[in-house]
Design a protein around this ligand. Sequence first.
Ligand code: GLU
Length: 446
Amino acid sequence: MSAGLTALHAELVRRNPGEAEFHQAASEVLESLAPVLTARPELAEAKIVERICEPERQIMFRVPWQDDSGTVHINRGFRVEFNSALGPYKGGLRFHPSVNLGIVKFLGFEQIFKNSLTGLNIGGGKGGSDFDPRGRSAAEVMRFCQSFMTELHRHLGEHTDVPAGDIGVGGREIGYLFGQYRRITNRWEAGVLTGKGLGWGGSTARTEATGYGNVLFTAEMLKRRGEDLDGQQVVVSGAGNVAIYTIEKAQSLGANVLTCSDSGGYVVDEKGIDVRLLRQVKEVERGRLETYAQRRGASATYVPGGRVWDVACDVALPSATQNELDADAARILVRNGVKAVSEGANMPTTPEAVAVFKEAGVAFGPGKAANAGGVATSALEMRQNSARESWSFERTENELAVIMRGIHETCYETAERYGRPGDYVAGANIAGFERVADAMVAQGLI
Ligand code: GLU
Protein backbone atom coordinates (compact mmCIF):
# COMPACT_ATOMS: atom_id res chain seq x y z
CA MET A 1 0.00 0.00 0.00
CA SER A 2 1.26 3.56 -0.72
CA ALA A 3 2.03 5.86 2.23
CA GLY A 4 -1.13 7.89 1.51
CA LEU A 5 -3.37 4.83 1.45
CA THR A 6 -1.72 3.38 4.58
CA ALA A 7 -2.46 6.62 6.43
CA LEU A 8 -6.01 6.59 5.09
CA HIS A 9 -6.53 3.04 6.35
CA ALA A 10 -5.08 3.91 9.77
CA GLU A 11 -7.57 6.77 9.99
CA LEU A 12 -10.41 4.44 8.95
CA VAL A 13 -9.44 2.01 11.76
CA ARG A 14 -9.27 4.87 14.26
CA ARG A 15 -12.68 6.24 13.28
CA ASN A 16 -14.44 2.85 13.10
CA PRO A 17 -13.20 1.05 16.23
CA GLY A 18 -14.01 -2.61 16.75
CA GLU A 19 -15.08 -3.23 13.15
CA ALA A 20 -12.44 -5.82 12.27
CA GLU A 21 -14.17 -7.24 9.17
CA PHE A 22 -14.74 -3.75 7.76
CA HIS A 23 -11.06 -2.89 8.33
CA GLN A 24 -10.11 -6.10 6.51
CA ALA A 25 -12.42 -5.52 3.54
CA ALA A 26 -11.22 -1.93 3.19
CA SER A 27 -7.57 -2.93 3.40
CA GLU A 28 -8.06 -5.57 0.67
CA VAL A 29 -9.46 -2.94 -1.69
CA LEU A 30 -7.04 -0.13 -0.79
CA GLU A 31 -4.08 -2.46 -1.42
CA SER A 32 -5.04 -2.56 -5.10
CA LEU A 33 -5.66 1.13 -5.64
CA ALA A 34 -2.21 2.80 -5.57
CA PRO A 35 -1.58 2.41 -9.33
CA VAL A 36 -5.01 3.88 -10.16
CA LEU A 37 -4.46 6.94 -7.98
CA THR A 38 -1.01 7.45 -9.50
CA ALA A 39 -2.38 7.17 -13.02
CA ARG A 40 -5.39 9.37 -12.23
CA PRO A 41 -4.46 12.13 -9.76
CA GLU A 42 -7.87 13.78 -10.20
CA LEU A 43 -9.41 10.89 -8.19
CA ALA A 44 -7.01 11.51 -5.29
CA GLU A 45 -7.71 15.26 -5.48
CA ALA A 46 -11.47 14.67 -5.24
CA LYS A 47 -10.82 12.39 -2.23
CA ILE A 48 -12.82 9.61 -3.87
CA VAL A 49 -11.29 6.84 -1.73
CA GLU A 50 -12.04 8.71 1.52
CA ARG A 51 -15.61 9.28 0.34
CA ILE A 52 -16.13 5.67 -0.77
CA CYS A 53 -15.02 4.41 2.66
CA GLU A 54 -17.65 6.51 4.45
CA PRO A 55 -21.22 5.16 4.10
CA GLU A 56 -23.73 7.65 2.77
CA ARG A 57 -26.09 6.64 5.59
CA GLN A 58 -26.12 4.05 8.43
CA ILE A 59 -29.35 2.99 10.08
CA MET A 60 -29.54 1.02 13.35
CA PHE A 61 -32.81 0.22 15.02
CA ARG A 62 -34.57 -1.81 17.71
CA VAL A 63 -36.47 -4.93 16.65
CA PRO A 64 -38.80 -6.13 19.41
CA TRP A 65 -40.73 -9.38 18.95
CA GLN A 66 -42.41 -12.13 20.95
CA ASP A 67 -41.63 -15.83 20.72
CA ASP A 68 -44.30 -18.55 20.72
CA SER A 69 -44.34 -18.71 24.52
CA GLY A 70 -44.95 -14.95 24.80
CA THR A 71 -41.40 -14.06 25.92
CA VAL A 72 -40.21 -10.69 24.63
CA HIS A 73 -36.94 -10.45 22.66
CA ILE A 74 -35.05 -7.37 21.52
CA ASN A 75 -32.74 -7.62 18.52
CA ARG A 76 -30.80 -4.98 16.65
CA GLY A 77 -31.52 -4.17 12.99
CA PHE A 78 -29.07 -2.60 10.54
CA ARG A 79 -29.08 -1.11 7.08
CA VAL A 80 -25.94 0.51 5.78
CA GLU A 81 -26.65 2.55 2.64
CA PHE A 82 -23.09 2.74 1.43
CA ASN A 83 -22.99 4.22 -2.05
CA SER A 84 -25.69 5.19 -4.55
CA ALA A 85 -23.57 6.71 -7.34
CA LEU A 86 -24.53 3.91 -9.75
CA GLY A 87 -28.12 3.22 -8.68
CA PRO A 88 -30.37 2.52 -5.71
CA TYR A 89 -28.63 0.88 -2.75
CA LYS A 90 -28.67 -2.86 -3.42
CA GLY A 91 -27.60 -5.74 -1.22
CA GLY A 92 -28.91 -8.47 0.99
CA LEU A 93 -30.09 -8.80 4.57
CA ARG A 94 -28.27 -11.23 6.86
CA PHE A 95 -29.97 -12.73 9.93
CA HIS A 96 -27.31 -14.38 12.08
CA PRO A 97 -26.21 -13.98 15.72
CA SER A 98 -22.75 -12.79 14.56
CA VAL A 99 -24.19 -9.73 12.79
CA ASN A 100 -22.95 -6.36 14.06
CA LEU A 101 -22.19 -3.01 12.48
CA GLY A 102 -18.68 -4.06 11.40
CA ILE A 103 -19.99 -7.14 9.59
CA VAL A 104 -22.73 -5.18 7.83
CA LYS A 105 -20.22 -2.51 6.81
CA PHE A 106 -17.77 -5.04 5.38
CA LEU A 107 -20.58 -6.62 3.40
CA GLY A 108 -21.90 -3.25 2.23
CA PHE A 109 -18.42 -2.12 1.22
CA GLU A 110 -17.83 -5.28 -0.84
CA GLN A 111 -21.23 -4.82 -2.39
CA ILE A 112 -20.30 -1.40 -3.87
CA PHE A 113 -17.53 -2.91 -6.02
CA LYS A 114 -19.36 -6.15 -6.73
CA ASN A 115 -22.42 -4.32 -7.98
CA SER A 116 -20.26 -2.00 -10.03
CA LEU A 117 -18.56 -4.99 -11.70
CA THR A 118 -21.90 -6.33 -12.93
CA GLY A 119 -22.10 -3.31 -15.24
CA LEU A 120 -25.69 -2.77 -14.10
CA ASN A 121 -27.13 0.30 -12.36
CA ILE A 122 -27.10 -0.73 -8.72
CA GLY A 123 -25.46 1.01 -5.77
CA GLY A 124 -24.12 -0.77 -2.69
CA GLY A 125 -25.80 -1.47 0.64
CA LYS A 126 -26.31 -4.25 3.14
CA GLY A 127 -28.35 -4.93 6.23
CA GLY A 128 -29.52 -7.51 8.69
CA SER A 129 -29.91 -8.37 12.30
CA ASP A 130 -28.31 -10.37 15.10
CA PHE A 131 -31.55 -12.42 15.20
CA ASP A 132 -30.80 -16.16 15.17
CA PRO A 133 -33.39 -17.98 13.05
CA ARG A 134 -32.05 -21.41 14.01
CA GLY A 135 -34.60 -23.40 16.00
CA ARG A 136 -37.30 -20.73 15.58
CA SER A 137 -40.78 -21.66 14.36
CA ALA A 138 -42.12 -20.20 11.11
CA ALA A 139 -44.53 -18.06 13.17
CA GLU A 140 -41.63 -16.61 15.18
CA VAL A 141 -39.65 -15.87 12.03
CA MET A 142 -42.73 -14.17 10.56
CA ARG A 143 -43.24 -11.98 13.62
CA PHE A 144 -39.57 -11.04 13.62
CA CYS A 145 -39.66 -10.14 9.90
CA GLN A 146 -42.79 -8.05 10.41
CA SER A 147 -41.21 -6.12 13.27
CA PHE A 148 -37.98 -5.65 11.31
CA MET A 149 -39.84 -4.30 8.26
CA THR A 150 -42.05 -2.05 10.38
CA GLU A 151 -38.96 0.09 10.95
CA LEU A 152 -37.00 -0.61 7.77
CA HIS A 153 -39.81 0.18 5.32
CA ARG A 154 -39.39 3.97 5.68
CA HIS A 155 -35.86 3.71 4.25
CA LEU A 156 -36.72 1.51 1.24
CA GLY A 157 -38.19 1.99 -2.21
CA GLU A 158 -37.59 0.62 -5.68
CA HIS A 159 -35.62 3.77 -6.57
CA THR A 160 -34.04 4.16 -3.12
CA ASP A 161 -32.92 0.93 -1.47
CA VAL A 162 -33.69 -2.64 -2.54
CA PRO A 163 -32.74 -5.44 -0.10
CA ALA A 164 -32.60 -9.16 -0.86
CA GLY A 165 -31.48 -12.27 1.01
CA ASP A 166 -28.14 -13.35 2.47
CA ILE A 167 -27.29 -15.84 5.24
CA GLY A 168 -30.50 -16.64 7.20
CA VAL A 169 -32.75 -14.80 4.75
CA GLY A 170 -34.25 -16.85 1.92
CA GLY A 171 -37.52 -17.02 0.04
CA ARG A 172 -39.62 -17.51 3.18
CA GLU A 173 -38.23 -14.42 4.91
CA ILE A 174 -38.44 -12.27 1.76
CA GLY A 175 -42.12 -13.26 1.57
CA TYR A 176 -42.84 -12.11 5.14
CA LEU A 177 -40.84 -8.90 4.61
CA PHE A 178 -42.63 -8.12 1.33
CA GLY A 179 -46.03 -8.78 2.90
CA GLN A 180 -45.37 -6.34 5.73
CA TYR A 181 -43.97 -3.68 3.36
CA ARG A 182 -47.10 -4.00 1.21
CA ARG A 183 -49.38 -3.76 4.22
CA ILE A 184 -47.73 -0.68 5.71
CA THR A 185 -47.33 1.26 2.47
CA ASN A 186 -50.46 0.00 0.68
CA ARG A 187 -48.29 -0.30 -2.44
CA TRP A 188 -47.69 -3.37 -4.57
CA GLU A 189 -44.18 -2.25 -5.29
CA ALA A 190 -42.55 -5.35 -6.75
CA GLY A 191 -39.11 -3.77 -7.18
CA VAL A 192 -38.59 -3.00 -3.48
CA LEU A 193 -37.19 -6.44 -2.65
CA THR A 194 -35.56 -9.14 -4.76
CA GLY A 195 -35.52 -12.88 -4.29
CA LYS A 196 -39.32 -12.92 -4.36
CA GLY A 197 -41.40 -16.01 -5.14
CA LEU A 198 -41.88 -16.80 -8.82
CA GLY A 199 -45.65 -16.26 -8.64
CA TRP A 200 -45.41 -12.74 -7.22
CA GLY A 201 -42.66 -10.85 -9.00
CA GLY A 202 -39.61 -13.05 -8.47
CA SER A 203 -37.19 -13.92 -11.23
CA THR A 204 -36.42 -17.33 -12.64
CA ALA A 205 -32.82 -18.36 -11.85
CA ARG A 206 -32.46 -15.87 -8.96
CA THR A 207 -32.36 -18.75 -6.43
CA GLU A 208 -29.66 -20.52 -8.42
CA ALA A 209 -27.75 -17.44 -9.55
CA THR A 210 -25.00 -16.98 -6.94
CA GLY A 211 -23.85 -20.60 -7.06
CA TYR A 212 -24.31 -20.96 -10.83
CA GLY A 213 -22.48 -17.67 -11.36
CA ASN A 214 -19.48 -18.72 -9.27
CA VAL A 215 -19.16 -21.97 -11.22
CA LEU A 216 -19.34 -20.05 -14.52
CA PHE A 217 -16.63 -17.68 -13.25
CA THR A 218 -14.47 -20.66 -12.22
CA ALA A 219 -14.96 -22.25 -15.63
CA GLU A 220 -13.77 -19.00 -17.27
CA MET A 221 -10.64 -18.92 -15.09
CA LEU A 222 -9.88 -22.55 -15.97
CA LYS A 223 -10.50 -21.87 -19.67
CA ARG A 224 -7.74 -19.23 -19.60
CA ARG A 225 -5.46 -22.04 -18.45
CA GLY A 226 -6.64 -24.41 -21.15
CA GLU A 227 -8.77 -26.49 -18.78
CA ASP A 228 -12.41 -27.06 -17.88
CA LEU A 229 -14.42 -28.48 -14.97
CA ASP A 230 -15.07 -31.86 -16.56
CA GLY A 231 -13.63 -34.61 -14.36
CA GLN A 232 -12.24 -32.20 -11.74
CA GLN A 233 -12.48 -33.05 -8.05
CA VAL A 234 -14.25 -30.14 -6.35
CA VAL A 235 -14.54 -29.24 -2.68
CA VAL A 236 -17.41 -26.97 -1.62
CA SER A 237 -17.96 -25.57 1.88
CA GLY A 238 -21.37 -24.54 3.19
CA ALA A 239 -24.78 -26.15 2.71
CA GLY A 240 -26.98 -23.11 2.16
CA ASN A 241 -28.32 -21.51 -1.00
CA VAL A 242 -24.92 -20.67 -2.51
CA ALA A 243 -23.38 -24.09 -1.81
CA ILE A 244 -26.38 -26.06 -3.09
CA TYR A 245 -26.48 -24.38 -6.49
CA THR A 246 -22.70 -24.35 -6.77
CA ILE A 247 -22.74 -28.12 -6.39
CA GLU A 248 -25.60 -28.52 -8.88
CA LYS A 249 -23.91 -26.44 -11.57
CA ALA A 250 -20.44 -27.92 -11.07
CA GLN A 251 -21.92 -31.41 -11.43
CA SER A 252 -23.76 -30.42 -14.60
CA LEU A 253 -20.37 -29.43 -16.07
CA GLY A 254 -18.92 -32.86 -15.24
CA ALA A 255 -17.17 -32.13 -11.92
CA ASN A 256 -17.18 -34.54 -9.00
CA VAL A 257 -18.22 -32.54 -5.93
CA LEU A 258 -16.92 -34.31 -2.85
CA THR A 259 -17.98 -32.16 0.10
CA CYS A 260 -20.31 -29.72 1.77
CA SER A 261 -20.36 -28.43 5.35
CA ASP A 262 -22.35 -26.69 8.06
CA SER A 263 -21.37 -25.22 11.40
CA GLY A 264 -21.33 -28.71 12.96
CA GLY A 265 -18.93 -30.40 10.55
CA TYR A 266 -18.64 -31.66 6.97
CA VAL A 267 -19.64 -34.50 4.70
CA VAL A 268 -17.35 -36.27 2.23
CA ASP A 269 -19.30 -38.19 -0.36
CA GLU A 270 -17.13 -40.31 -2.63
CA LYS A 271 -19.99 -40.76 -5.13
CA GLY A 272 -20.51 -37.01 -5.29
CA ILE A 273 -22.97 -34.96 -3.22
CA ASP A 274 -26.61 -35.88 -3.86
CA VAL A 275 -28.16 -32.43 -4.30
CA ARG A 276 -31.75 -33.69 -4.02
CA LEU A 277 -31.04 -35.23 -0.63
CA LEU A 278 -29.05 -32.17 0.48
CA ARG A 279 -31.95 -29.85 -0.41
CA GLN A 280 -34.40 -32.13 1.41
CA VAL A 281 -32.30 -32.09 4.60
CA LYS A 282 -31.24 -28.42 4.59
CA GLU A 283 -34.06 -26.56 2.81
CA VAL A 284 -37.16 -28.62 3.53
CA GLU A 285 -36.36 -30.07 6.96
CA ARG A 286 -33.96 -27.27 7.99
CA GLY A 287 -31.88 -30.03 9.59
CA ARG A 288 -28.19 -30.84 10.07
CA LEU A 289 -25.71 -32.44 7.67
CA GLU A 290 -25.29 -35.45 9.91
CA THR A 291 -28.75 -36.50 8.73
CA TYR A 292 -27.54 -36.32 5.10
CA ALA A 293 -24.71 -38.76 5.90
CA GLN A 294 -27.03 -41.14 7.78
CA ARG A 295 -29.49 -41.31 4.87
CA ARG A 296 -26.96 -41.37 2.05
CA GLY A 297 -25.37 -44.68 2.99
CA ALA A 298 -21.86 -46.05 2.50
CA SER A 299 -20.46 -43.42 0.12
CA ALA A 300 -20.81 -40.57 2.64
CA THR A 301 -18.84 -39.90 5.82
CA TYR A 302 -19.70 -37.19 8.33
CA VAL A 303 -16.72 -35.51 9.99
CA PRO A 304 -17.82 -33.55 13.06
CA GLY A 305 -16.02 -30.27 13.68
CA GLY A 306 -13.61 -30.64 10.72
CA ARG A 307 -12.89 -28.47 7.68
CA VAL A 308 -13.43 -29.46 4.07
CA TRP A 309 -10.04 -28.01 3.11
CA ASP A 310 -8.34 -31.19 4.33
CA VAL A 311 -9.94 -33.10 1.43
CA ALA A 312 -7.67 -33.28 -1.65
CA CYS A 313 -9.14 -31.51 -4.69
CA ASP A 314 -8.46 -29.66 -7.95
CA VAL A 315 -10.89 -26.82 -7.29
CA ALA A 316 -12.10 -25.30 -4.00
CA LEU A 317 -15.24 -23.19 -3.81
CA PRO A 318 -15.70 -21.64 -0.33
CA SER A 319 -19.42 -20.92 -0.05
CA ALA A 320 -20.14 -20.63 3.68
CA THR A 321 -19.02 -17.40 5.38
CA GLN A 322 -16.25 -14.84 5.95
CA ASN A 323 -12.74 -15.93 6.95
CA GLU A 324 -13.52 -19.65 6.77
CA LEU A 325 -10.36 -20.42 4.76
CA ASP A 326 -7.13 -19.38 6.51
CA ALA A 327 -3.44 -19.65 5.57
CA ASP A 328 -3.05 -23.14 7.08
CA ALA A 329 -5.97 -24.42 5.05
CA ALA A 330 -4.59 -22.68 1.95
CA ARG A 331 -1.22 -24.42 2.42
CA ILE A 332 -2.96 -27.80 2.69
CA LEU A 333 -4.95 -27.10 -0.48
CA VAL A 334 -1.79 -26.06 -2.34
CA ARG A 335 0.08 -29.14 -1.11
CA ASN A 336 -2.80 -31.27 -2.41
CA GLY A 337 -2.50 -29.65 -5.84
CA VAL A 338 -5.43 -27.22 -5.99
CA LYS A 339 -5.56 -25.31 -9.30
CA ALA A 340 -8.38 -22.85 -8.73
CA VAL A 341 -10.17 -21.31 -5.75
CA SER A 342 -13.23 -19.13 -6.24
CA GLU A 343 -15.28 -17.40 -3.55
CA GLY A 344 -19.02 -18.12 -3.47
CA ALA A 345 -19.32 -16.52 -0.03
CA ASN A 346 -18.31 -12.96 0.81
CA MET A 347 -14.63 -12.71 1.88
CA PRO A 348 -14.31 -16.39 2.94
CA THR A 349 -10.55 -16.36 2.32
CA THR A 350 -8.29 -14.52 4.77
CA PRO A 351 -5.72 -12.11 3.27
CA GLU A 352 -2.92 -14.47 4.37
CA ALA A 353 -4.59 -17.36 2.55
CA VAL A 354 -5.01 -15.24 -0.59
CA ALA A 355 -1.26 -14.55 -0.44
CA VAL A 356 -0.54 -18.30 -0.23
CA PHE A 357 -2.63 -18.95 -3.37
CA LYS A 358 -1.00 -16.08 -5.24
CA GLU A 359 2.49 -17.28 -4.35
CA ALA A 360 1.62 -20.80 -5.56
CA GLY A 361 0.14 -19.54 -8.85
CA VAL A 362 -3.38 -20.81 -8.04
CA ALA A 363 -6.17 -19.09 -10.01
CA PHE A 364 -8.08 -17.12 -7.37
CA GLY A 365 -11.54 -15.61 -7.98
CA PRO A 366 -12.43 -12.98 -5.35
CA GLY A 367 -16.06 -12.93 -4.18
CA LYS A 368 -16.82 -9.46 -5.42
CA ALA A 369 -16.35 -10.80 -8.94
CA ALA A 370 -17.06 -14.51 -8.60
CA ASN A 371 -20.26 -14.34 -6.54
CA ALA A 372 -21.73 -11.30 -8.28
CA GLY A 373 -24.19 -13.49 -10.18
CA GLY A 374 -26.68 -13.33 -7.32
CA VAL A 375 -26.95 -9.59 -7.15
CA ALA A 376 -26.74 -9.31 -10.95
CA THR A 377 -29.80 -11.54 -11.23
CA SER A 378 -31.48 -9.41 -8.56
CA ALA A 379 -30.96 -6.47 -10.93
CA LEU A 380 -32.52 -8.57 -13.70
CA GLU A 381 -35.46 -9.19 -11.34
CA MET A 382 -35.78 -5.41 -10.87
CA ARG A 383 -35.67 -4.98 -14.65
CA GLN A 384 -38.50 -7.49 -15.09
CA ASN A 385 -40.50 -5.81 -12.31
CA SER A 386 -40.20 -2.39 -13.99
CA ALA A 387 -41.34 -3.83 -17.30
CA ARG A 388 -43.99 -6.04 -15.64
CA GLU A 389 -42.42 -9.03 -17.36
CA SER A 390 -41.42 -12.56 -16.35
CA TRP A 391 -38.64 -14.19 -18.29
CA SER A 392 -38.13 -17.91 -18.93
CA PHE A 393 -35.45 -19.70 -16.91
CA GLU A 394 -33.39 -20.08 -20.07
CA ARG A 395 -33.46 -16.35 -20.82
CA THR A 396 -32.41 -15.31 -17.30
CA GLU A 397 -29.72 -17.97 -17.16
CA ASN A 398 -28.34 -16.82 -20.51
CA GLU A 399 -28.22 -13.21 -19.32
CA LEU A 400 -26.45 -14.38 -16.15
CA ALA A 401 -23.86 -16.27 -18.20
CA VAL A 402 -23.21 -13.20 -20.37
CA ILE A 403 -22.77 -11.05 -17.24
CA MET A 404 -20.39 -13.52 -15.57
CA ARG A 405 -18.26 -13.79 -18.72
CA GLY A 406 -18.22 -10.00 -18.87
CA ILE A 407 -17.09 -9.70 -15.24
CA HIS A 408 -14.32 -12.24 -15.87
CA GLU A 409 -13.15 -10.34 -18.96
CA THR A 410 -13.25 -7.00 -17.15
CA CYS A 411 -11.17 -8.33 -14.22
CA TYR A 412 -8.71 -10.11 -16.47
CA GLU A 413 -8.17 -7.15 -18.79
CA THR A 414 -7.97 -4.60 -16.00
CA ALA A 415 -5.31 -6.67 -14.22
CA GLU A 416 -3.31 -6.85 -17.47
CA ARG A 417 -3.70 -3.11 -18.08
CA TYR A 418 -2.30 -2.34 -14.64
CA GLY A 419 0.62 -4.76 -14.99
CA ARG A 420 -0.80 -7.49 -12.75
CA PRO A 421 -1.57 -10.32 -15.22
CA GLY A 422 -3.74 -13.11 -13.80
CA ASP A 423 -4.40 -11.16 -10.58
CA TYR A 424 -8.21 -11.22 -10.37
CA VAL A 425 -8.14 -9.51 -6.96
CA ALA A 426 -6.42 -6.43 -8.38
CA GLY A 427 -8.57 -6.57 -11.54
CA ALA A 428 -11.84 -6.75 -9.59
CA ASN A 429 -10.91 -4.04 -7.11
CA ILE A 430 -9.62 -1.61 -9.71
CA ALA A 431 -12.40 -2.13 -12.27
CA GLY A 432 -15.11 -2.04 -9.58
CA PHE A 433 -13.59 1.12 -8.10
CA GLU A 434 -13.07 2.97 -11.39
CA ARG A 435 -16.70 2.78 -12.47
CA VAL A 436 -17.97 4.09 -9.12
CA ALA A 437 -15.22 6.73 -8.95
CA ASP A 438 -16.03 8.07 -12.43
CA ALA A 439 -19.72 8.36 -11.50
CA MET A 440 -18.86 10.11 -8.23
CA VAL A 441 -16.58 12.63 -9.96
CA ALA A 442 -19.25 13.32 -12.60
CA GLN A 443 -21.93 13.85 -9.94
CA GLY A 444 -19.94 16.40 -7.93
CA LEU A 445 -19.00 16.69 -4.29
CA ILE A 446 -21.87 15.00 -2.47
N1 GLU B 1 -26.51 -11.18 -0.54
C1 GLU B 1 -26.14 -11.35 -1.91
C2 GLU B 1 -24.73 -10.84 -2.13
O1 GLU B 1 -23.90 -10.98 -1.25
C3 GLU B 1 -27.18 -10.83 -2.89
C4 GLU B 1 -27.58 -9.41 -2.75
C5 GLU B 1 -28.75 -9.01 -3.65
O2 GLU B 1 -29.24 -9.82 -4.42
O3 GLU B 1 -29.14 -7.85 -3.55
O4 GLU B 1 -24.38 -10.33 -3.15
